[in-house]
Design a protein around this ligand. Structure first.
Ligand SMILES: C[S@@+](CC[C@H](N)C(=O)[O-])C[C@H]1O[C@@H](n2cnc3c(N)ncnc32)[C@H](O)[C@@H]1O
Length: 486
């Protein structure tokens, strides 16, 4: 681990204490090689590029030892890791913000404490209802793939035929052979491409029964297990955040046990909630969590000068060429009615995230970072369009830094966990770029920690050229950039 100390600024006493604490940490301290990063509610649902939870836990501890932290904020909250840690630390006011509705949903579920006995009872009653229906109609449900093949003459592995008209065929089938059971077949773009008939019937059955739960918080908690199940039983290749489908022969063979998957995930989640609820119950302070749906470049719902500590991990770049958060969330958003989003809205989430604006034919450089400018000039000489993508991302990042600075109290700290990536052979030093931009917005860069990425779930190889087959190793380490509001 390399630690970089910034020397050419006037350090406050708190800065000096913080730097001295950071300097005294042993080698490899920030790597958290053997830590269970899925403990508490952190582990109830996957999300791309989740922050490794002990990072925020230890940052909160370090800063709290120096100055009291009463409010904490993550402007790019994702699935809510920082918010959960804020609660575990008993911080009074916690703000989390994101644009992706699935991220907001997960943040809410992970930070809403629920009694595990109530959850167990609801889950048991749900399992009973689902299993009772399934046992009465096993044959009709389990043979649906075969019926689509033989009776309807459809290839259930194809995009066209079954794929494009799946709801029509399945509704017809349901009316014929399952007229008495209460379930609605959803209709969204490409449902048949991503799910086989039997899987759709079982997910619809689960969804219908979950919808009968009257306690709203419990229902949302249980839907998070449903959302996680969706990914495992869909035809998408597991272990990847992008939407790639299994090859047709694999789809053909694929016969997931939907009810079992769901039951295992929900039981696991209840245990995790139980651990979390108990850990929070022992604290002196109870937190108030606000989850906001703002663009990080504006943050209109967060009060100005109100935040003691910001901990955040922004995206690494634009969604199209790095991590597509919207794409990852798509199937959950399409299946779950509570989001009330049209296919068009769901499919355009990624365009609304950082770097979504395209500067295809050049741009006027306004970001206050000399390091970025040099890199952009080199990329522009090779590929103007790619330079536009990169510029678009850093322009948003710069605007986000400006608005997050406005929200931070004077003397408050910000910890930015970032990765540097390569575009067209050019390594973009996001840690350095952030520190340069910060300087422009009343923020003092006081320290950078480098950590190895060991247990963060994200691709260690990406394709910076955006061509399949062209891989280059990037992001085997990340940086924690420490800033202080002047
Ligand atoms: C690296 S992820 C955060 C992961 C999070 N730390 C966790 O542990 O789950 C970055 C997040 O930034 C969000 N995001 C991207 N652009 C945004 C914007 N302009 N405003 C707010 N959130 C944005 C994405 O939706 C994504 O959830």
């Amino acid at each position: 681990m390399v630690k970089k100390k910034v020397t050419n600024i006037t350090l406050t006493q708190a800065d000096q204490q913080l730097i001295s604490s950071l300097n005294s940490l042993p080698k490899g301290y920030w790597d958290f090689k053997d830590h269970d990063v899925r403990e508490y509610t952190h582990g109830i649902h996957n999300y791309p590029a989740m922050m490794v939870c002990p990072i925020s836990r230890n940052i909160i501890k370090l800063v709290n030892n120096i100055q009291k932290v009463n409010s904490i904020f993550d402007p790019f909250a994702g699935s809510g890791t920082v918010l959960v840690e804020g609660m575990l630390a008993g911080i009074k006011k916690i703000y989390g913000n994101d644009i992706n509705p699935l991220a907001l949903y997960l943040s809410k579920v992970k930070t809403t404490r629920l009694d595990s006995l109530v959850l167990q009872q609801e889950a048991q009653s749900l399992y009973n209802r689902v299993n009772e229906i399934y046992s009465r109609f096993t044959l009709q449900i389990d043979h649906s793939d075969e019926v689509m093949r033989r009776v309807y003459n459809l290839d259930v592995t194809a995009r066209d035929g079954w794929g494009s008209d799946a709801p029509k065929y399945l509704r017809e089938y349901k009316e014929k052979v399952l007229p008495d059971i209460d379930l609605e077949i959803p209709d969204f773009k490409n449902i048949g491409y991503w799910f086989k008939p039997r899987v759709i019937l079982l997910l619809s059955l689960l969804k219908n029964e979950i919808n009968k739960i009257t306690n709203q918080d419990v229902k949302e908690f249980i839907f998070a297990a449903f959302s996680e199940t969706i990914r495992f039983v869909s035809n998408r290749r597991n272990g990847e955040f992008k939407m790639f489908r299994m090859p047709a022969d694999k789809v053909d063979q694929f016969a997931p046990d939907v009810i079992k998957e769901f039951t295992e995930i929900l039981n696991r989640n209840i245990e995790k909630m139980n651990d979390f609820d108990k850990a929070c119950a022992n604290l002196d302070n109870q937190s108030v969590v606000s989850i906001l749906h703002n663009n990080a470049t504006t943050l209109e719902d967060v009060p100005n000068d109100s935040i003691d500590l910001v901990i955040t991990s922004p995206p690494y770049g634009d969604s199209r060429t790095t991590v597509a958060y919207g794409e990852y969330s798509r199937l959950s958003l399409q299946w779950m009615d509570q989001f009330k989003m049209s296919d068009k809205e769901i499919l355009s989430i990624d365009k609304t995230l950082m770097g979504g604006n395209k500067y295809r034919n050049g741009f006027e450089y306004t970001v206050p970072s000399a390091t970025l400018r040099r890199s952009l000039e080199r990329i522009r000489n090779i590929d103007l369009e790619r330079a536009g993508d990169v510029y678009s991302f850093y322009l948003d990042l710069s605007n986000a830094i400006a608005s997050i600075s406005n929200k931070t109290k004077a003397g408050g700290y910000q910890f930015w966990v970032v990765g540097n990536r390569t575009v067209k052979g050019e390594l973009l030093f996001t840690d350095k770029i952030i520190s340069e931009i910060a300087d422009h917005y009343d923020l003092e860069h006081i320290y950078t920690v480098d950590r190895n990425i060991i247990n963060k779930v994200m691709p260690s190889l990406n394709s910076p050229t955006n061509e399949s087959g062209m891989k280059s190793a990037t992001m085997t380490n990340e940086h924690i950039v420490v800033l202080r509001k002047k």
